[in-house]
Ligand binder design. Structure first.
Ligand code: EPZ
Length: 419
């Protein structure tokens, strides 16, 4: 397994180009199966999760061709297998996103239950309940979701919890259902909006994307389209925190600032000067130590849970005491004990972490447990004295394109070693 060795090396400065959003590219790739014609998708990030989704689609018969740079051509007209096997789904939970499209387009799907992961049990009961409300017959047995349906019927669905992929699955299924589907308490994440834009480009009739109420009029078929994936706000936020934690100055190019308000506000509270220039975001700490901030995660547009670990790292070396409340996932503090090995002072009580900032951390061997936790350990390594060896970085490769290259360009001392 690969490791990253990060050596504290002072302030990061320079420019970083933000890639396409993983959590938009994944549902968009799954949604191609709804179409009767070829699709062209631009700005697809080169990530392990995207490769897994492309492999899954390929196994079902979808023709996927990787163009030059980040372009992907998809021809969904050859689908012959309506199943997503466990050995692929267990490596990427987002495989559940093929359930809605398969059911809506082919009336049948057999998708492995994703199972839990380090950050929580990650149930999919709301996906299943919503599709059942649309007329699907769903049995969950032997670790698989076996679903069948004639043409799905429009329904009014009230989601008891805001669920991003749940909203996406139901929105995709509703596009080809008979009649109108209303989804209440829908997720408002920008990635849901980007998926809605893509579905509309294929001829879907969707209103309310970005609000908590989606209204979808089912149509008989969807045609091919071209779409550019929106920038990855979490990648952008991660690099801005890299600038803040090292007391540097970063320009994030093509960062889509309009969907990062909650994160930019917290970076300003931490004492950084944050300026938006069109689609670029400039962060300048003036060489100052960050101030501790209080963070509470919640569904968009509130502070994103996918930025929680990164701000935990920031607080470990900030001036003062900061609190981190995680309200979305039940076990998303796995990075705490790893940071404590680096000298961080963190007290955890339930879903609340109280972080007392230290002047500095000390490098140590640490282990990544999930995607964003691994990013936070790299951030901590950027300011720690000496070497920090981050193990199990396959988590990182799932969600960050060429992270050591991008950080290296900003002045970080970071290298990948094969173990
Ligand atoms: C999406 O996961 C993202 N993944 C996650 O990003 C992100 O952390 C999460 O949304 C929250 O923003 C993708 O988009 C591929 P949820 P998702 O369903 O959809 C509960 C990353 O780092 N719930 O919004 O799986 C669930 O347990 C990843 O890129 C149910 O109870 O998350 C959780 O407490 C990590 N029943 C809450 O809802 C369900 O049927 C929010 O989960 C579904 C969810």
């Amino acid at each position: 397994m690969d490791q990253l060795i990060v050596t504290g090396n002072g302030a990061l400065t320079g420019e970083v180009r933000i890639s396409g959003a993983k959590n938009a590219a994944l549902p968009i790739l799954a949604a191609t199966m709804l179409a009767d014609g070829p699709i062209l998708i631009d700005n697809v990030p080169h990530l392990h999760d995207v490769t897994t989704m492309i492999e899954l689609l390929g196994r079902m018969g979808v023709q996927v061709t990787l163009g030059e740079r980040m372009q992907v051509e998809v021809d969904p007209r050859g689908v012959h297998t309506l199943a997503a096997p466990y050995e692929l789904v267990k490596t990427m939970r987002a495989s559940i996103l093929v359930l809605g499209p398969l059911l809506a387009r082919y009336g049948e799907a057999e998708v492995s239950l994703p199972g839990g992961c380090a950050i929580g049990s990650r149930p999919v009961d709301l996906h299943i309940r919503g599709l059942t409300a649309m007329g699907a017959e769903i049995r969950v047995e032997n670790g698989y979701i076996r679903a069948r349906a004639g043409r799905l019927k429009g329904a009014r669905i009230v989601l008891e919890t805001v669920t991003v992929t749940g909203t996406e699955n139901l929105m995709m299924a509703a596009c080809l259902a008979d009649g109108e589907t209303i989804i209440e308490n829908a997720a408002r994440e920008p990635e849901v909006v980007d998926l809605a834009r893509f579905l509309s480009a294929m001829g879907a009739r969707i209103e309310g994307a970005g609000t908590d109420t989606l209204r979808i009029q089912g149509v008989r078929s969807l045609h091919g389209a071209r779409h550019q994936v929106l920038p990855d706000r979490i990648e952008a936020g991660t690099y801005l925190v890299a600038g803040a934690i090292t007391r540097g100055k970063i320009m994030a190019r093509g960062a889509c600032p309009g969907v990062l308000d909650a994160v930019l506000q917290k970076l300003r509270e931490a004492g950084a000067e944050v300026t938006v220039h069109g689609e670029d975001i400039e962060l300048d700490t003036g060489g100052r130590r960050p101030s501790a901030v209080n963070v509470r995660t919640a569904p968009y547009p509130a502070f994103p849970t996918d930025m929680q670990a990164q701000f935990m790292a920031l607080n470990t070396v900030a001036d003062g005491v900061g609190t981190i409340a995680e309200t979305v996932f039940e076990n998303r503090f796995m990075h705490v004990q790893e940071m404590q090995r680096m000298g961080a002072r963190i007290q955890v009580e339930g879903n609340l972490a109280v972080v007392t900032g230290c002047e500095t951390l000390t490098g140590a061997p640490v282990m990544a447990t999930d995607l964003r936790a691994s990013a936070s350990l790299v951030l901590a390594g950027l300011v720690a004295e000496g070497d920090t060896t981050v193990d199990r970085i396959y988590h990182l490769d799932r969600g960050y394109e060429r992270i050591e290259e991008k950080l290296g360009q900003l002045g970080a001392k970071i290298r990948r070693v094969r173990k």
